[in-house]
Design a protein around this ligand. Structure first.
Ligand code: ADP
Ligand code: MG
Length: 281
């Protein structure tokens, strides 16, 4: 393989065994996903969605979970959000085990209908702040307007979601999530239902927003290109059940790199790693 200083591959196997130093360093990690297996149980059968997945997310990371459809990305995100308990392993935020949902972890989903249609844009952004008793009404309104400004929607504060395009609705969902100032922002294919041009624009805006706010992001996608653009670190997950295949350092790529030789080469190598035969792994 050609030496490529911008892209460091670390096979997952290398970090699979816990080492003594791992616990000592745990305080530096914002989010630790430690040997996590997740399952769905129905009366007829048990579906294992992920198998012993481990990764650490540090403050201000843009950490991407990348893998084919059905490999357990959404399930992992739901587990981090606190909706699904691991059957094996542990998830920790700031060293504390995740046992339930909390305002320190907010999810932005793919669907455009995640905003209650009877609330105005501003009321939508205020709602979690009020429901969680994070702020009083006046402060919540101020913070809502602040974050709506950050996503370019200050002028739309008083309209209802049905008057907005899909991209604008996703901006509101992002503003609503950021207004909660979560420890980690969770995004599950947030741009997948948008047209290609809007999707590209939203990726750019997300990066600009990150430059400004420096939030910590855990982002799920099945698009290699999107992973390279959005992420600074990418976890590659194998097909069903999802296992860690490798971690890729992608901080050197931006939207401007798309289409360039280095970008294409890395995308190809990721593709090969994602889809190589199990026997090779
Ligand atoms: P991804 O987001 O990577 O496409 P998911 O996390 O949605 O994958 O799903 C992982 C696996 O778990 C898939 O095989 C899927 O069919 C299964 N699964 C997802 N949700 C459920 C559920 N509610 N009940 C049973 N199986 C499920
Ligand atoms: Mg999914």
């Amino acid at each position: 393989m050609v030496a490529d200083p911008a892209v460091l591959y670390s096979p997952a196997a290398q970090s699979a065994a816990p080492s003594p130093s791992r616990e000592q360093r745990s305080s530096e990690k914002l989010l630790a996903v430690d040997n996590v297996s997740l399952e769905y149980r129905t009366p007829e059968r048990v579906v294992r969605a992920t198998h012993r997945v481990s990764f650490d997310v540090h403050a201000a990371d843009r950490f991407v979970l990348l893998g084919p459809s059905g490999c357990g990305k959404s399930t992992l995100l739901k587990a981090v959000a606190g909706f699904i308990p691991p059957v094996e392993g542990e998830i920790r935020i700031d060293g504390r085990r995740v046992a339930q949902p909390g305002p320190d972890r907010i999810v932005v989903f793919q669907e455009f209908d995640q905003l209650p249609p009877w609330k105005t844009v501003k009321q939508n952004v205020m709602f979690p702040l009020l429901a969680s008793r994070t702020l009083g009404r006046k402060e919540a309104a101020e913070r809502a307007l602040h974050y709506l400004g950050k996503v370019g929607l200050a002028k739309f504060a008083e309209v209802h979601p049905h008057q907005l395009s899909g991209g604008m609705k996703q901006r509101v969902a992002i503003a609503r999530a950021l207004a909660m100032q979560p420890r980690v922002l969770l995004m599950d294919e947030p741009f997948a239902a948008l047209d290609a041009l809007t999707r590209r624009k939203m990726q750019q805006e997300l990066l600009e927003l990150w430059d400004e706010v420096r939030f910590t992001l855990l982002f799920v996608t099945h698009s290699i290109e999107e992973a390279l653009v959005v992420g600074n670190r990418i976890a590659l997950l194998s097909p069903h059940p999802g296992r860690m295949r490798a971690e890729v350092n992608s901080h050197g790529f931006t939207l401007a790199s798309v289409g360039g030789a280095e970008f294409q080469g890395t995308a190809q190598r990721i593709h090969d790693m994602l889809f190589e035969e199990e026997a090779v792994a």
